[in-house]
Design a protein around this ligand. Structure first.
Ligand SMILES: C[S@@+](CC[C@H](N)C(=O)[O-])C[C@H]1O[C@@H](n2cnc3c(N)ncnc32)[C@H](O)[C@@H]1O
Length: 226
């Protein structure tokens, strides 16, 4: 992945390189002027096309955008070129927002500027690039991967007992079929406990229900505490 940083002030025309102005209608805070935004976007598109690359998918990072989900990360990771626009102050002029292909939010909270949001999205995209992770399979087993809205399963390492908490027996016995079933059951149960809004029961398969039934038949209180 290659990063290129564009400074909006390079697309201003006044001596002070001004990118913001007072809001029409009054109120506190400043608003980002539309002209430098448009010039910067045109510059990025021209630069890309003249180097033979695809026109960038332009994204305005804003708390008013569509909430970033792993599904969109996977779709965006297949794009050749992405432009992330970091806002500041109150917002960019509303008319300039229409210049972007997408508006994305990284969460229902407000940051001071778009840079941390751009870093979040860039990191999520980088780890989808083949070769970026030590083991490519690890990202396929992560929470929300493969189009599912499930958490990852819990993970354990040595020692097998720590502070009176034991690693679940099933993970120690080397029976891969049982381990896969156990992990699936825990992923479903953990999602159900913390984010019941994510879990779509109708998307669980018959095998999932069998696995869950088996899990509850073998359920030990001590396992849940670990
Ligand atoms: C102080 S915020 C502006 C918030 C705006 N007045 C509102 O209430 O929607 C300044 C900039 O930070 C970025 N930003 C803040 N929160 C964000 C979020 N949750 N996701 C993505 N970008 C965010 C945006 O680029 C935004 O233009």
């Amino acid at each position: 992945m290659e990063f290129d940083i564009i400074n909006l002030r390079d697309f201003t025309t006044d001596r002070h390189r001004t990118v913001d102005d007072y809001p029409y209608g009054g109120g506190c805070g400043m608003v980002m002027k539309p002209e430098p935004v448009k010039r910067a976007l045109d510059f990025a598109a021209d630069k890309s096309l003249s180097s033979g690359a695809a026109k960038p998918v332009s994204i305005y990072l804003t708390p008013q955008g569509r909430l970033l989900k792993q599904k969109s990360v996977e779709e965006l990771s297949r794009k050749e070129h992405i432009l992330l626009f970091c806002g500041h102050y109150e917002d960019i002029d509303h008319r300039a927002r229409k210049l972007f292909d997408l508006e994305i939010s990284v969460g229902d909270y407000v940051l001071s500027g778009g840079e941390p949001a751009a870093a979040v999205l860039a990191d999520a995209l980088v780890r989808k690039i083949p070769g970026s992770l030590g083991n490519p399979e690890s990202s396929e087993e992560d929470s929300f991967s493969g189009g599912e809205t499930l958490f990852d399963c819990p993970h354990y390492t040595r020692p097998p007992e720590w502070e009176n908490k034991k690693v679940p027996e099933v993970l120690l016995n080397g029976d891969h079929k049982k381990i896969t079933a156990y992990r699936r059951a825990r992923a479903i149960i953990n999602t159900m406990k913390v984010r019941p809004d994510l879990l779509k029961m109708e998307e669980l398969s018959e095998d999932d229900f069998k696995i869950l039934k088996q899990y509850f038949l073998n359920y030990h209180e001590s396992e849940d505490q670990s």
